[in-house]
Design a protein around this ligand. Structure first.
Ligand SMILES: Cc1cc2nc3c(=O)[nH]c(=O)nc-3n(C[C@H](O)[C@H](O)[C@H](O)COP(=O)(O)OP(=O)(O)OC[C@H]3O[C@@H](n4cnc5c(N)ncnc54)[C@H](O)[C@@H]3O)c2cc1C
Ligand code: FES
Length: 268
């Protein structure tokens, strides 16, 4: 049922739930073709409890892949809502989803793309990487995690025109350091060319996106980021997800104006 301009309330069938790491799950749902016209970077707001009057209603997640009538999201269990969600996906057949919501990434004109993921920032970037792969555009993915056990499904990116380079804070896999250190290292070694020859996309925790944005802006480039501000309605009604505009007065609503922004549009 279409409940707003371009988004639907969907009773989706739960096709699979896979444990990717100790805390991270990927879920595949199927419905009609509601996600067919969605773009990378858009998200869904998932009902995590069927209890009437439950204080925990919906939680937002990036759509990480769309394949015909099936779509995937990847989530980390961090609190009450995501714990309930994991239980629902395990025990129910149907789950209620609102989507596709928000505005997604803009492709850009550069002939190559640089995707920088911190932790589960890989979720929306997976779909973006698939999108560019389908267009035969070269993609370099930098993916940073705390430790080797946080990586999953890296084989997905072992394909022509895609390079994935990993880092860990503790040095247990790939480059030792955070993903910004990795970016600097790859620039220094020439594996990554001049930043202004790429469209750059960065998704991860706020401090990671802020530091990547500051670094690329110092190099006179900006990047697209996707904010994960806590949300209630997800549809522009409650004003609960406001983020300050960098120039001019006022605020953007992350759910409606974002979650994707250019780094120089907002104050972190
Ligand atoms: C547009 C959008 C897309 C998102 N995509 C994904 C995704 O693809 N995969 C995924 O795992 N998560 C994603 N998130 C974050 C996810 O919605 C939250 O992790 C989830 O709502 C937490 O619910 P909870 O009840 O389990 O946690 P809570 O009980 O609400 O919080 C538990 C802990 O997590 C922290 N927390 C809660 N929400 C966030 C947040 N948004 N960012 C950082 N810390 C938070 C809290 O401060 C607290 O410490 C996205 C958020 C937005 C807005
Ligand atoms: S979450 Fe309600 S306005 Fe954005």
């Amino acid at each position: 049922m279409e409940v707003g301009k371009g988004y639907y309330e969907i009773s989706a069938s739960i096709r699979s739930l896979k444990r990717e790491t100790e805390n991270v799950y990927s879920a595949v749902l199927s419905a009609g073709n509601e996600m067919g016209s969605s773009v990378p970077g858009q998200f869904i707001n998932v009902q995590v409890s069927q209890e009437f009057n439950s204080p925990v209603l919906r939680r937002p997640f990036a759509v990480s892949s769309v394949n015909g009538n099936e779509f995937e999201f990847i989530f980390s269990v961090v609190g009450r809502g995501t714990k309930l969600l994991a239980g629902m996906l395990e025990n129910q057949k149907i789950i209620n989803v609102l989507g596709p919501l928000g505005n997604g990434f803009i492709d850009g004109n550069a002939e190559r793309k640089l995707l920088i993921a911190g932790g589960l920032g890989i979720a929306p970037l997976k779909r973006l990487a698939d999108h560019f792969h389908g267009m035969n555009i070269p993609v370099t993915i930098l993916w940073g995690n705390r430790t080797s056990g946080d990586f999953f499904d890296t084989v997905h990116y072992n394909r022509e025109n895609t390079v994935i380079i990993c880092s860990t804070d503790d040095g247990s896999a790939g480059f030792k350091g955070n993903v910004l250190d990795l970016l600097k290292n790859e620039l220094g070694s020439g594996n990554i060319g001049s930043l202004n020859s790429y469209d750059i996309f960065a998704v991860g925790p706020d401090p990671m996106m802020r530091s990547v944005a500051e670094f690329v802006e110092r190099n006179n480039v900006r990047c697209q980021i996707s904010l994960e501000t806590p949300m209630a309605c997800g549809m522009g009604v409650c004003q609960g997800c406001a983020v300050k505009k960098r120039s001019g007065e006022g605020y953007y609503l992350v759910c409606k104006d974002g979650p994707v922004f250019y780094s120089d549009q907002i104050v972190f």
